[in-house]
Design a protein around this ligand. Structure first.
Ligand SMILES: Nc1ncnc2c1ncn2[C@@H]1O[C@H](COP(=O)(O)OP(=O)(O)OP(=O)(O)O)[C@@H](O)[C@H]1O
Length: 321
């Protein structure tokens, strides 16, 4: 359903807290990206990277300090009355009176929503139809998250903002939420997701951006973001054999190798040419009759890419470059 048309356009966006000068803080530093209609776009980053500060600008909750944001071609802050009815926002902890039931909460929220879908339908979408008469305070944490999602869906939004939608959900409820989000996306809803679960981004996102210190450090499809990271090969050398016995590693395309401490001759190789390195290694093993125990080869995961890009693993990964 991605039509190529941009529904969110962000250009050199800035957000600063506090006064100009050293006393203030630049949380969002000239970031640019587009989100296309029908696409699921994930915003990732470590704590404090600037995700919430960015999303709040997209939702029209605050004006940017600089740059430009457009949703449906409109200014979400200056033209909030036009933009707000077309977006759905799943808040972290909706903050509703906990004495109300799930259905009463949704009914109250529907009263503030233009063209709201029936409350029963919204609760059914998130699998809470059987819990409609339960008070919010008696819902589990995961059920409350799903109620937050039901409220965001009441207005049949064209653009849905999901902030950590599966935090506190058990694996089954998480997968149900993923299915629902996919169905919404397949039905044409544009979704902007912030999450700390990298497997969630990998499972759902058409494209993603990784924020670090207020900037976008990487952007693209999950495959594109991962592609730049080296793959990993692990095995154990049999007794009496050493890394120095392997063919020249640089000729096999190995960027870096390490011998894992205390792990019985475990060797780890990093390569951007997995097939070439692996072929060379296996040919050598056949020629010498060596058994590479526990041989394991894998392409980088989004988590590895994230750790490298967002900084936590930067020093080590820079050595690969
Ligand atoms: N109202 C505020 N006043 C001053 N600084 C703020 C304010 N809100 C956020 N910040 C700072 O801006 C930076 C970005 O915060 P933000 O909440 O956008 O990050 P985030 O990526 O959403 O983090 P998290 O994953 O922890 O939710 C942080 O350093 C934070 O301390």
């Amino acid at each position: 359903m991605n039509t190529g048309e941009s529904v969110i356009e962000v250009s050199r966006l800035r957000r600063r807290y506090g006064p100009a000068g050293a006393a203030g803080f630049d949380a969002v530093r000239e970031i640019s990206f587009d989100v296309r209609r029908g696409e699921l776009f994930a915003l990732l980053g470590t704590n404090g990277a600037g995700k919430t500060s960015t999303v709040e600008l997209l939702e029209g909750l605050a004006p940017p300090t600089g740059g430009r944001v457009r949703v449906f071609g409109r200014d979400p802050y200056g033209e909030r009355a036009v933009v707000r009815p077309r977006i759905g926002v799943m808040l972290q902890e909706g903050g509703f009176p906990s004495g109300l039931t799930a259905a009463e909460t949704a009914t109250m929220w529907a009263g503030c929503t233009t063209g709201a879908r029936p409350v029963g339908e919204a609760l059914e979408l998130v699998g809470l139809d059987g819990r409609r008469d339960v008070r919010v305070k008696q819902l589990s944490g995961g059920e409350r998250r799903r109620l937050d999602l039901a409220l965001a869906l009441l207005g049949r939004p064209e653009v849905l903002f999901l902030d950590e939608p599966t935090t506190g959900l058990d694996p089954q409820a998480r997968h149900l939420t993923w299915e629902l989000v996919r169905e919404l996306r397949d039905g044409g809803t544009t979704v902007v997701l912030t999450t700390h679960y990298l497997e969630e981004a990998e499972a759902l996102a058409d494209r993603l951006a990784i924020m670090s210190e207020g900037r976008i450090a990487a952007e693209g499809t999950p495959g594109e973001v991962i592609a730049g990271r080296p793959s990993r090969i692990r095995f154990a050398m049999p007794p009496g054999w050493f890394v120095g016995d392997l063919p020249p590693l640089a000729e096999l395309g190995v960027l870096r190798h390490s011998e894992l401490p205390g792990a019985g001759g475990q060797v780890e190789l990093r390569t951007r040419e997995l097939q070439r390195t692996l072929t060379g290694l296996l040919l050598w093993a056949r020629e010498t009759g060596v058994e590479l125990e526990g041989l394991d080869a894998r392409t980088a995961s989004l988590e590895e890419a994230f750790l490298a890009i967002a900084g936590a693993g930067s020093a080590r990964e820079e050595a690969d470059a």
